[in-house]
Ligand binder design. Structure first.
Ligand SMILES: Cc1ncc(COP(=O)(O)O)c(C=O)c1O
Length: 383
């Protein structure tokens, strides 16, 4: 065993711990949507991404079980070998119909889908222009791609245009809802800039799908942009749809190219058939049960109204940020909330920029007025 390597790893771990950035894994013993059971205690959960409460919806659970019984627990291969079954086709058709796109490809995670989107679609001669607050999966994808890579100031259209003017073959990458701040770009304006400079627009809508737009079709649709106007759309099944996995969507040509050259697609086991069956049911409920979105949005309004005096980040989505500053402050706040029965994980660098450690509050259709009032009361005690 290499002592030198072990010492290097230990040193990095110690550094993480001394800067209050060590992550402590927790085991959820019981998940009941709004409630989390951890170490024998129950907490109101304000840290999940199950925005519509579909992760525990009995009809989704039943579809999962029946999907496994009918099609198997695993897909048994990569999609181009034996890993694409009938149920995968049904999911693909359901997504195309829902989102109004030509074609989709399924991936086992949003992280993998983002790797495929950026690294496969960009070439050496391209420059990827990413929003400064892009998710780690997009940043890593850009770093691993052959393309050049620049980051523009967050949601700053003049900054984006500055780069578009400079770069001959730019590709623009942004998110529908930013995962740590909960805000959104002006997608129509970004698209118009992209069209002006003939730059493809790639959108990660992990936190917009299901939550925003008519029937939950996502952030672009909510802002009057058809999903088919995007060069490529990524969204996942593990947030509002309550399951796991992800997809890329786009025109036939873009998807044909990804299918032939996307290494994360070709060399990876296809999604579990049971997962596909559950996601099909989630999509059906997401489309037909507007009450879930209505409830979520009324919870967001209530939270913002009750917390109007707190220094929240500007966001009208299910993700609400309360920046506290240092990692220590965020950890102390999280511990204090836990003692009051509220589960809210501290989000620290490197997930967010240095000095902006925070509480990332996520609201769901499962929460009730008492939960939200309790949360705001406890948050006020921290400020
Ligand atoms: C904006 C964004 N993109 C991509 C991902 C990765 O998705 P997945 O969890 O399905 O790998 C996440 C989830 O953390 C995310 O928040």
């Amino acid at each position: 065993m290499s002592q030198r390597k072990l010492a290097e790893l230990q040193h990095a771990l110690q550094q993480r711990a001394s800067s209050q950035q060590l992550r402590t894994p927790i085991t959820v013993e019981q998940y009941a949507g709004r409630l989390l059971g951890i170490a024998g205690q129950h907490y109101i959960n304000f840290s999940g991404n199950d925005y519509l409460g579909l992760a525990t919806e009995p009809m989704v659970l039943q579809a999962f079980a029946e999907g496994a019984a009918r099609f198997g627990a695993g897909s048994s291969g990569s999609p181009l070998v034996t890993g694409q079954h009938q149920v995968h086709r049904q999911l693909i058709d359901a997504l195309c119909d829902w989102l109004g796109v030509d074609r989709v490809l399924l991936f086992s995670s949003g992280f993998a889908a983002n790797q495929a989107m950026l690294s496969t679609l960009s070439a050496k001669t391209d420059t990827l222009l990413l929003d400064k607050l892009s998710h780690a999966s997009l940043i890593d994808a850009a770093l691993h791609s052959d393309a050049d890579f620049k980051r523009f100031a967050h949601n700053d259209l003049p900054a984006l245009e500055h780069y578009l003017r400079q770069c001959k073959h730019a590709m623009v990458v942004t998110e529908g809802v930013f995962s740590m701040d909960g805000d959104s770009p002006d997608i129509l304006a970004v698209l118009q800039l992209c069209q002006q400079y003939a730059a493809p627009l790639l959108l990660d809508d992990a936190h917009g799908l299901g939550v925003l737009g008519n029937e939950g079709r996502g952030s672009a649709v909510a802002q009057g942009v058809a999903n088919s106007e995007l060069f490529c759309l990524m969204a996942n099944f593990g947030k509002a749809l309550g399951v796991s996995g992800a997809f890329l969507a786009g025109s036939n040509t873009v998807m044909d190219y990804l299918e032939q050259f996307g290494r994360h697609y070709i060399y990876s086991t296809g999604l579990s058939p049971a997962v596909c069956a559950a996601v099909i049911k989630s999509i059906e409920l997401c489309r037909s049960q507007d009450w879930r979105r209505d409830k979520l949005h009324s919870n967001i309004r209530l939270f913002k109204q009750l917390a109007a005096d707190l220094p929240l980040l500007a966001s009208s989505t299910a993700i609400q940020g309360l920046v506290l500053g240092s990692s220590e402050q965020a950890l102390n706040a999280s511990t204090q909330l836990r003692e009051a029965g509220v589960w809210l994980s501290a989000i620290r660098p490197p997930t967010v920029p240095k000095g902006s450690a925070r509480l990332r509050i996520t609201l769901s259709s499962h929460h009730n007025q008492h939960d939200i009032a309790l949360l705001v009361k406890q948050l006020r005690l921290l400020i």
